[in-house]
Design a binder for this molecule. Structure first.
Ligand code: C5P
Length: 297
């Protein structure tokens, strides 16, 4: 017997970042939107906990005990007094470079898959609590759709989305460390009064009504100056996508993936084609949102 779970990538349509907290994290108003690029995570009984990965970026995925999907299986097994003897296989289609929560997605998927395989019968709230222990973005990967995350980003309120949005994602060569990007945010904002993060009413309204034009004007990411400071070449990627007709462009999360909002599917294809030959990114992917959260297939 084995269980397979499909799980989406995300883009942050608003990432408002506050001052660093005593625990080192930052309070956020983090508006997550799940996008239709998916990993599939399969779990099956095995002699010991092992992880394999396939897909174009598979070589960049760590397969040791630090793999977030393995840590998710361990966390659930420990809580229920079960031996965590499963083989986890990740079919990876979410770009690995960073900013699309691929590792978080795999953790949420592994948790849902192990819960089914072991028939632990964990409640949704228990699964969400384990997700929050694993990482700030993991709970959202479980629920998908769209949601406002506050606190570290793990305290979620779902948002109804009233339409389909068309995106292009430019995948950079090489990653960016999330702690380093937050550290650069702290450096750039040192000595300034960093306001408490708040969700933008215009942005929430754009999601609810499904208005691409309003969403384009409301997209924002407080980590973007920090990501650009550490990786100045991302400005060229943003300019290439905007020049190809994107309604708006921004760094996705802590980057280095960049996201482009397109008017429709055809415009998205054109922007992706232009980006692929622009020399400013490794590749470009099109995707629509919203997308459902971790789902057994
Ligand atoms: O929670 P997660 O493991 O994804 O966080 C990775 C790193 O990103 C943290 O160690 C921290 O440096 C930074 N972070 C933060 N504030 C948040 C979320 C993440 O400073 N709200």
């Amino acid at each position: 017997m084995s269980v397979t779970v499909r799980v989406p990538a995300k883009v942050n349509v608003q990432l408002a970042v506050g001052a660093p907290r005593p625990d080192g994290f930052h309070d956020l108003a983090n508006v997550f939107l799940a996008v239709g690029l998916y990993d599939e995570v399969n779990v099956s009984p095995a002699d010991a906990l092992t992880v394999t990965c396939s897909g174009p970026d598979a070589a960049q995925v760590p397969l040791d005990a630090g793999n977030l999907a393995a840590r998710a299986a361990l966390a659930l097994a420990e809580r229920h007094g079960i031996a965590p003897d499963v083989h986890i296989h990740i079919s990876k289609d979410i770009p690995v470079a960073g900013g699309m929560a691929g590792g978080s997605a795999d953790a949420a998927a592994a948790l849902v898959a192990c819960d089914a395989l072991w028939a632990t019968g964990a409640t949704r709230d228990e699964l969400l609590a384990i997700c929050a222990e694993l990482g700030s973005d993991v709970p959202f990967s479980l629920i998908g759709g769209a949601a406002l995350g506050v606190g570290r980003g793990e305290q979620l309120t779902p948002i109804d989305v009233g339409g389909t949005f068309h995106w292009v994602f430019a995948v950079a060569d090489g990653g960016l460390s999330t702690p380093a990007v937050y550290g650069e945010f702290d450096r750039l904002t040192a000595g300034t009064d960093v306001p408490a993060p708040e969700a933008s009413p215009a942005l929430l309204d754009a999601l609810r009504t499904g208005s691409t034009d309003v969403l384009a004007k409301a997209l924002s990411n407080d980590l973007q100056p920090a990501a650009l400071s550490l990786r100045p070449s991302l400005a060229d990627t943003l300019a290439a996508g905007t020049g190809a007709g994107a309604l708006a462009a921004l760094v996705s999360g802590s980057g280095p993936t960049t996201a482009f909002l397109a008017a429709d599917a055809e415009a998205a294809r054109k922007i992706a084609d232009t980006l692929r030959t622009s020399g400013t990114c490794r590749t470009a992917r099109v995707a629509v949102s919203p997308a459902p959260g971790a789902t057994i297939v």
